[in-house]
Design a protein around this ligand. Sequence first.
Ligand code: PAF
Length: 294
Amino acid sequence: MRIIHRVAELREALSATQQAPVFVPTMGNLHEGHLDLIRRAKQHVAGSDSLVVASIFVNRLQFGPNEDFDRYPRTMERDAQLLASAGCDILFAPDEAELYPEPQGYKVVPPDTLANLLEGEFRPGFFTGVCTVVHKLFNIVQPRAAFFGKKDYQQLMVIRTMVRQMALPIDIVPVDTTRAAEGLALSSRNGYLSDAERTEALALIRSLKTIQAAVKDLRAASQPAVDAAAWLHQVEADAKSGLAARGWLPDYVTLRRQFDLLPPTAAQLQGTEPLVVLAAAKLGTTRLIDNLEV
Ligand code: PAF
């Protein structure tokens, strides 16, 4: 695996192949979930001369002033070994001066309808930071496909919409969340958790499963139409108060439509509309997110 720090060198390396590369952007501190993305990317290029490119860049633009940019774990040497063993061909690891040689005045600002709800409500500017860096990385790498984990469900949707509306010729490939044996969604931020918190962290996926089961029960029972808003309010409030009683600070636990992340109507709730339960909550000083499709 080649490790490249400069944009010009990356472009030179990529010009040697006939087919465009496939791309896995990351912020490093890699875990099995990232390696799964690399393995999927590797399968995707089989039979072509495309290369698998991963990037590691902790993107200051997507962190709020009180977030963990400074303490975000940087583990480049270990990450490079893991990427090589998973079959990555090129690791692109620019420093800030390379990716942002001047203040990044031009930004990619996603529409409020996507970016101001859920994560965007609690992390103002987050999706502008993500879209700006991902668009820039796409311009640099010019991939034909890019792989993103469903763990960051809203991020995946925001990026897909950006690619569609900007007519970027890139397939966005979603990959299921990788979980530890007990069900904890893998995340670089799990490293902040103490042993006790790691066990407690399972309460988040349990609360998602409770809502998933409630929807399944509601759909299985052929009962008259429920008041969707009241039903949702109740299950979401129960989930949040359950977490709060265990010492969590929940930002949201909510059931949404998969296609636009807005609340379902009564007919959709009781019918077959694809839904997703999403949650974000703080455990100690660590903010965790997770989701489950219904
Ligand atoms: O999901 C992440 O790790 C980051 O948001 C991404 C997509 C690499 C952009 O910095």
